[in-house]
Design a protein. Structure first.
Length: 331
């Protein structure tokens, strides 16, 4: 399996013959085996030239940049080897048909919410007081199908997210990580900082998987396709944020892998320090490589592979081969 390469230092990405290497500002070199690399995530300030970009494109390696605060800044998305005009037309057709778009958008919400419920029930079985949150979310979810527009469906999703985030206080054992309200860009507390960073990573993992399908990442169904560069990855990521991102957050806090000392308060928000960022990504990477028994394939599949399989299911739906059903954890 090809790997994700994370680069945190400032420096320069260079091509040497048929491979890449990263040279830090103090002259240290790290070679990157191209044949084993799926994507490169840059968290430091990095210089590169067109030769490097051409080489990345030839080897189908997605390069993603994150800014000083760990937010996704953008990607070099190589020439789309798998993209097909026919699939783009199918995506656009389902987007412009309100009924078809609503169906897909509601499936994304359904998958996301059911996975949130799976997480809450997992922790309830381990003694956490979550019955009220579970009941309120199930009640709200029951109203999803009757909503007559995507905007109204998203309002239901927003209501559910608020209940779900409030439940974090019953799961997390550290009082320094109390949830009050969702704040973004900048996050105003430790927990929101972790949530934003985790979500940003999952959006980017899904984007990288979309590149290896026939789908166009610019055409989403739940999130409006407008001047934003990519939206489909935001849609699909909703399904995986609870089972990958939120589980990782609960674990690193409750196991004290990340504590309040791993953050730096600044005038415009709270920053997760580099060392803690690395630990969190290591934990998330381990999570992505974990496998579960896939009920349809009857074999073990990694969480990272599940993202690709979700995209394949969406392709089949767009081709009218098989109605799309979102992935829901089987716990």
């Amino acid at each position: 399996m090809k790997e994700t390469v994370y680069i945190f230092s400032n420096g320069r990405l260079k091509r040497k013959d048929n491979t890449l290497f990263f040279e830090t500002e103090d002259g240290n070199k790290k070679f990157i085996p191209v044949e084993n690399t799926k994507e490169i995530f840059m968290f430091g300030e990095t210089d590169l030239n067109s030769k490097v970009l051409n080489f990345l494109s030839q080897n189908e390696i997605v390069l993603s940049y994150f800014n000083y605060y760990g937010y996704y800044a953008g990607s070099f998305y190589p020439r789309e080897h798998y993209n097909s005009g026919f699939m783009i037309l199918r995506q656009a057709g389902h987007y412009t048909d309100e009924t078809k778009r609503q169906f897909i958008a509601k499936r994304f919400i359904e998958g996301a919410v059911k996975n949130c419920l799976k997480i809450l029930k997992y922790y309830e079985r381990r003694g956490k007081d979550l019955a009220r949150h579970i009941n309120e979310i199930e009640d709200a979810l029951s109203k999803l199908e009757e909503q007559e527009s995507i905007e109204k469906a998203m309002a239901i999703e927003g209501q559910i997210k608020q209940i779900y985030y409030n439940s974090f206080n019953n799961i997390i054992d550290n009082p320094e990580f109390t949830f009050e309200k969702r704040t973004k860009r900048p996050p105003r507390d430790y927990l929101n900082t972790l949530i934003s960073f985790s979500n940003s990573m999952i959006y980017t993992y899904v984007l990288s998987e979309i590149y290896r399908t026939h789908l166009d990442p610019r055409i989403g169904f739940l999130h409006t396709t407008n001047f934003r560069r990519f939206t489909l990855n935001l849609d699909v990521a909703e399904i995986f944020k609870p089972v990958i991102g939120d589980r990782a957050i609960f674990s690193v806090i409750n196991k004290k892998i990340i504590t309040e000392n791993d953050f730096e308060k600044q005038l415009n928000g709270i920053l997760l320090k580099d060392a803690a960022r690395k630990r969190f990504l290591q934990y998330m990477e381990e999570r992505l490589k974990q496998t579960i028994k896939h009920s349809g394939l009857k074999k073990q599949v990694s969480y990272r592979r599940l993202m690709r399989l979700e995209l394949y299911k969406l392709e089949k739906h767009l081709m009218d081969e098989d109605q799309y059903k979102p992935f829901v954890m089987d716990w």
